[in-house]
Design a binder for this molecule. Sequence first.
Ligand code: PBG
Length: 321
Amino acid sequence: MNKRPRRLRYNPLIRDLVRETTLSLSDLIYPLFIIEGYQIKEEISSLKGVYRYSLDTLEEEIHEIVQLGIKYVLLFGIPKDKDNKGSEAYNEHGIIQKAIRKIKSITDKLYVITDVCMCEYTAHGHCGILNGEGYVDNEKSLFYLGRIAVSHAQAGADMIAPSDMMDGRVAYMRRELDDHGFTHIPIMSYSAKYASSFYGPFREAAGSAPQFGDRKSYQMDYCNGNEALREVQLDIEEGADIVMIKPALAYLDIIRRVKDEFNIPIAAYNVSGEYAMLKLAIEQGLLDEKVIMETLLGIKRAGADIIITYFAKMIAKELNG
Ligand code: PBG
């Protein structure tokens, strides 16, 4: 038997033919930060190349995104007022609700996903409603999260993405959406969301750092992997259409385990800290820009079908040549 290796790697054309994993714009979701006010387009200092837009400056950005061929966006709102109930999050005229309507009035080529959480809207910066002792009250939070989800759907969101990590929220939001006539709106659940230091730049971007304590009572302990499988299973049983693992890079094993265990689309969130690290290293000339593609391909190879990434515009430019 001839065991000589078949040198498949030597010819670029055959490399394409035998490629196992590819990346296209259909895999990517681009996060957008929308802020109240006028004529604002401010670069987020911890996330170079990522901006906060007010509704008026958003228009130009939306045109650019569509031009680049990006199809999916994930919206985060930065309200002007915060209170203990995060009431701006479900206000019909809140920043996100206005942003959804605005985007839908500009284009029908963008699929609009909204992050459903309270931390950008509560004065205390936690992801739910607090009880008297300063702990998040899971049941009370569900009621408000349901209202937020429905208000996003009413404004025209195509999909909602709960990131609050309260127990039972997928089932609760599913029922609320269905009861309000939004049976067709899917849920992408942040199922395995770890209490991670990689969210640091995002919290600066969205002004959502907790004012006291941390999120460890409702986000996951990074020492645990089996727990992620239980969380994913529960979310699937509750009606999630897509499950998410977040962050991505220190959790590639979790992505792979979920892929092997369940038959459901998997999204991985390539979070703000992961972006910031590479971006800084590239800017400093320590790493070549090619590391971005290598990183995202690694996340896909681990088993992600979808990647939420601040690199989406850079990748779009590269893929478009
Ligand atoms: C809201 C939310 C966070 C992120 C996405 N949704 C922050 C957090 O949980 O503290 C982080 C995204 C990123 O770091 O890019 N709960």
